[in-house]
Design a protein around this ligand. Structure first.
Ligand SMILES: Cc1cc2nc3c(=O)[nH]c(=O)nc-3n(C[C@H](O)[C@H](O)[C@H](O)COP(=O)(O)O)c2cc1C
Length: 330
């Protein structure tokens, strides 16, 4: 498995500049766990998961600790057996929102495990960046506009993830071109782009537009290693951009959802009312999250997903398409 990315920005930190493909597998609530992360890293792209996905039962030791031990050990074993195609680094996503009561504990665990890449969302905090830097970690902060981008860098993040319109989860509303153009006016550090990227050609397009890396979430829901029920995976395969609705009803913040899952829950996706941003909460065992657990998130790019398959096979497809697109452009 040779690295096929060439000519990417010199500004990338060393751990991001030797990937097989310039891709980060984006963290997804519930969906991303150790199986998916390990498969992504072994196939040569960054794998990531939200720390909050590791939820132990009351009185049990922190599951995050166990997950990080497992990921590190499996990737070390892979590297010893495959010195010519070492695994990509992994990332942990921290939700830096006031309702995340676990943040301090989770940061302490990530520091202990010397997590190499930190993805921060929903609030930039200098102390989180300092904790990551204390163990040589690199922090990428996700933003939906240029003002948040400036704040994140002012507060000490090393790089940015531009979340454009059409992304899964709490997507932005801006065109990827507008977002990347404005950020590249003043920032030449590490920059990932997200929003509907699902083919190797789109990965190359993100780089041509000015990003260093593509950040792909929804397409990985339809993989064998994703923690999603079979019907959710199949819905990703069956649906396209027209089947996605952008609504604030389910978390209080606008996000993209699969219309058929909303219909299955007895609602009309075309007449949803919004809900208030103060409704958003990442507290443990939060009842609202449970109430909406059958409402499935996805971005607009899923029309390019045509099979449920192992993550490694999907990444091989991305690699073939990326190389073909590079050749086609000469
Ligand atoms: C089901 C789902 C859950 C998500 N959960 C999170 C999350 O917990 N934290 C986060 O930072 N982003 C989350 N996201 C957003 C992704 O990390 C990423 O920004 C997005 O999926 C990229 O767009 P794409 O889905 O079009 O590839 C989620 C996305 C989806 C589809």
């Amino acid at each position: 498995m040779a690295a096929i990315q060439k000519g990417i920005a010199m500004s990338l930190p060393a751990i991001l500049s030797h990937l097989r493909l310039p891709i980060i597998g984006a963290p997804m609530f519930i969906v991303s766990g150790p199986e998916l992360v390990i498969a992504q890293c072994k196939a040569g792209i960054v794998g990531s998961f939200p720390a909050l996905n590791a939820r132990e039962k009351e009185g049990e030791p922190p599951l995050l600790d166990a997950w990080l031990t497992r990921i590190s050990e499996e990737l070390d074993r892979h590297n010893q057996a495959n010195p010519d195609s070492p695994a990509a680094p992994f990332a942990v996503n921290q939700i830096v929102h006031r309702s995340n009561a676990r943040l301090e504990r989770d940061i302490e665990i990530c520091v202990r495990h010397k997590v190499p890449l930190w993805i921060t969302s929903l609030g930039a905090r200098p102390e989180v960046n300092e904790a990551a830097h204390s163990v040589g970690g690199v922090v990428l902060h996700d933003i939906i506009n240029n003002s948040f981008a400036r704040k994140a860098i002012d507060k000490g993040a090393d790089g940015l993830i531009a979340v454009a319109a059409g992304a899964g989860g709490h997507a932005g509303t801006q065109s990827p071109f507008a977002l990347i153009q404005e950020i590249r006016e003043w920032f030449d550090g590490p920059l990932a782009l997200s929003g509907s990227i699902a083919t190797g050609r789109a990965v190359l397009a993100a780089q041509v537009a000015g990003a260093d890396l593509a950040y792909i979430g929804s397409a990985f829901i339809a993989t064998a290693e994703a923690n999603a029920v079979p019907d959710y995976k199949q819905m990703i395969v069956d649906c396209g951009a027209e089947d996605i609705v952008y609504s604030s009803k389910f978390t209080g913040v606008h996000g993209n959802y699969l219309k058929p899952s909303i219909r299955n829950a007895g609602m009309d996706p075309d007449t949803l009312e919004g809900s208030d941003a103060s409704a958003m909460s990442f507290a443990e065992g939060q009842s609202k999250a449970k109430a909406w657990s059958a409402i499935w998130g996805a971005g607009q790019g899923i029309g390019a997903v045509n099979a449920v398959q192992p993550a490694g096979d999907y990444i091989d497809r991305l690699a073939r398409e990326y190389e073909a697109a590079r050749r086609a452009l000469g």
